[in-house]
Design a protein around this ligand. Structure first.
Ligand code: COA
Ligand code: MG
Length: 299
């Protein structure tokens, strides 16, 4: 997913030709207060006029404790709701936040006779959001994804951090992964409710090695993808989150070996010097399912 500030129509034109699977037009933190209203007009124009191909069209509204959020929804969804796939809600603190967005979307969809229900993505990036994850994940049938927001989360928890989603000297002081608790809770809440889970952005967009490392950690924890802020980040992210041919071959070999052992009436069997059983089959299938659902980037 590639973020584009709502104040940058020039970047929107580039984003819709990029290797991203999803484009998020951002009305929140990348847009100054004076640019919020003109930004909505840019977002509406882009949704109405640009060809996004098969890329998901996401609009990030402002936080619900700001004076901007209701007008983001009313103006953008009334004018271009038929061209919006998902509304991203930042700083979701509780289930009631999603209930508010859900209700307002229902009213606008009805008033404008929109042909499809618009989905919701929830950013988990506050202390309340973390503590209320269980309820948030089940708060709306529109909910499609949970997203970790490392910058705001660090601020909310008063965790010192010199960049957004980057490794720094504080990580050397901590005997573990500093974001593990919230990140793994997001994955668990997402899987329990059949939602996608996305890792947040990596601010140092010229540090591709650091980005790649952050992607590998998120992938190892079960995340489905990562938000990008610059097109140069897309290849590394697409690479890490798409199962490799080697992973797919290995997973298929385990599925085949499990089928052979089942035919012989065996539960546990030996494959490649390792014990495999029904759990191995379930793990292998997650890789094959991921490959089957991985879009060809940018098509
Ligand atoms: N989407 C589309 N195109 C982008 C882009 C983006 N997010 N970020 C940069 N580009 C384009 C630039 O316009 C430039 O195009 P050009 O070669 O045709 O002139 C090219 O990529 C190289 O950009 P570069 O000069 O390296 O960066 P920059 O200084 O123009 O922009 C940022 C850097 C960080 C300001 C910019 O990437 C950005 O605004 N990112 C999104 C920020 C955001 O949305 N944050 C909110 C979520 S955390
Ligand atoms: Mg944020």
């Amino acid at each position: 997913m590639l973020f584009v500030p709502a104040s940058r129509p020039d970047m929107m034109e580039k984003a819709v030709r990029s290797a991203a699977d999803a484009i998020c037009l951002d009305l929140e933190d990348s847009v100054s207060a004076e640019e919020k209203a003109p930004g909505r007009a840019h977002v509406i124009r882009a949704l109405q006029s640009l060809d996004f191909g098969s890329r998901l069209r996401i609009v990030r509204i402002n936080a619900l404790d700001s004076p901007f959020a209701y007008r983001d929804l009313v103006d953008v969804i009334e004018a271009a709701g038929a061209q919006v796939d998902l509304v991203m809600v930042p700083k979701v603190n509780a289930a009631r936040d999603l209930a508010f967005v859900d209700t307002l979307l229902t009213q606008i969809e009805s008033a404008m006779s929109l042909p499809r229900r618009i989905g919701i993505e929830a950013q988990i990036e506050t202390a309340h959001g973390f503590l209320n994850l269980r309820d948030i994940a089940g708060a709306s049938s529109r909910l499609d994804a949970l997203i970790f927001g490392p910058g705001d989360y660090a601020a909310s928890m008063q965790m010192p951090s010199s960049g957004i989603g980057e490794r720094d000297s504080h990580d050397d002081d901590y005997p573990g992964h500093r974001w593990h608790a919230v990140m793994h809770m997001i994955v668990a809440a997402a899987r329990a409710h059949n939602l996608r889970c996305m890792d947040g952005p990596y601010g140092a967009f010229r540090d591709l090695d650091g980005l790649s490392r952050a992607c590998r950690i998120a992938r190892a924890m079960g995340f489905d993808g990562k938000q990008c802020i610059h097109p140069a980040q897309l290849p590394a992210v697409n690479d890490v989150f798409s199962p490799s041919d080697a992973e797919v071959t290995q997973a298929q070999a385990i599925v085949d070996a499990c089928a052979r052992s089942e035919a012989l009436g065996q539960g546990a069997a030996v494959h490649d010097g390792r014990m495999i059983d029904a759990a191995s089959l379930r793990m292998a299938k997650t890789i094959l399912n991921r490959r089957a659902s991985t879009p060809t980037p940018g098509t």
